[in-house]
Design a protein around this ligand. Structure first.
Ligand SMILES: [Ca+2]
Length: 313
């Protein structure tokens, strides 16, 4: 397996944090060229700060972190403090970062990196609203054919929605951005709620993080504990879904996931179903497939991989 060059585009977020840690713990499979923060779970100043807190927790203050867009393309920002807490990273008590934010805009970093690196070598990993990626595609369409793949967390089909009855948070926050990405022609892999709701942090899985007895293991246990309070109340599930790490796990162990290559369109008009991912799972529309839409994960394999990798940090 060759090392994949990736850019993580993120709105941390406890589950984003775990995804970043998994990537930084897996240098044989992924090389993190940089991290771009976007407004989403919490406003941009907090996501840009949280990304650096996590790099420092991983012992990687050398990772380049950039601030990107602070609001969706054409709508006011909607945030999710009710899920992630006031800071976006509620749970563990982590120190403020010492490392600096890079001065360049996150979107410029995405554009310049794709122009500089060999064509087809860079994978984009959006873990939040798609504002940065869509802005880069709109400002510099020449980069679109240079992208190897976009592997993103967002959307839902059978699980329908989590922020409205019809829409998943990342897509709902910036549906026009999502539409731009899904219509771009770039190869896309989607980790929707259908799969992330199967990646649940049960008590034994949380205990396994804590049992690592490292600052990283402790922080991840505390983050997923915090996350769980909300999700258990809402879904009555066995534990909190670990959404974003599915994206990174797919890059490392694609064999853990199964899905269908289908057509996915984004609803941008209806006030009732705004941000819905209209996924043609049953292939009834006749529209051309544009995304590998993941439906299932080997959850035990996923958590074994995650715990093994976090133990390295
Ligand atoms: Ca996220």
């Amino acid at each position: 397996m060759t090392v994949r060059k990736i850019i993580i585009d993120t709105d941390p977020g406890q589950d984003d944090a775990v995804a970043i840690l998994l990537a930084l713990a897996s240098p044989e499979e992924v090389e993190v060229l940089g991290i771009t923060a976007v407004a989403g779970n919490v406003p941009l100043p907090l996501t840009a700060k949280n990304a650096r807190i996590i790099c420092e927790l991983a012992g990687r203050p050398d990772v380049a972190v950039y601030a990107g867009c602070d609001e969706p393309l054409s709508r006011p920002l909607i945030t999710a403090e009710h899920v992630h807490g006031k800071t976006g990273l509620d749970g563990p008590d982590l120190p403020d970062p010492v490392m600096d934010l890079r001065p360049e805009h996150g979107v410029d970093f995405i554009i310049e990196t794709l122009r500089r690196e060999p064509e087809g070598s860079v994978t984009l990993c959006p873990l939040g609203p798609l504002t940065n990626i869509a802005t880069a595609f709109r400002d510099a369409p020449d980069i679109i054919p240079r992208v190897r793949e976009v592997v993103l967390m967002g959307g839902a089909y059978f699980e329908v929605g989590n922020i409205t009855p019809a829409a998943e948070f990342n897509i709902y926050v910036d549906p026009e951005a999502a539409e731009t990405v899904f219509k771009s022609g770039v190869p896309i892999v989607v980790m929707p709620l259908d799969v992330t709701h199967k990646a649940l942090v049960t008590r034994p899985r949380n205990d396994a993080f804590r049992a690592l007895a490292t600052p990283v293991g402790q922080a991840v246990a505390e983050m997923t504990d915090f996350f769980e309070r909300f999700d258990k109340e809402k879904y009555g599930s066995l534990g909190a879904p670990l959404h974003d790490p599915c994206v990174i796990a797919y890059l490392i162990r694609p064999d853990l996931f199964t899905g269908r290559f289908i057509n996915v369109e984004i609803e941008t008009q209806s006030s009732l179903t705004l941000g819905m991912t209209v996924a043609d799972w049953w292939r009834v529309s006749g529209r051309d497939p544009n995304a590998l839409f993941i439906g299932d994960v080997d959850a035990d394999g996923f958590f074994t991989l995650l715990t093994e990798r976090l133990a390295r940090l």
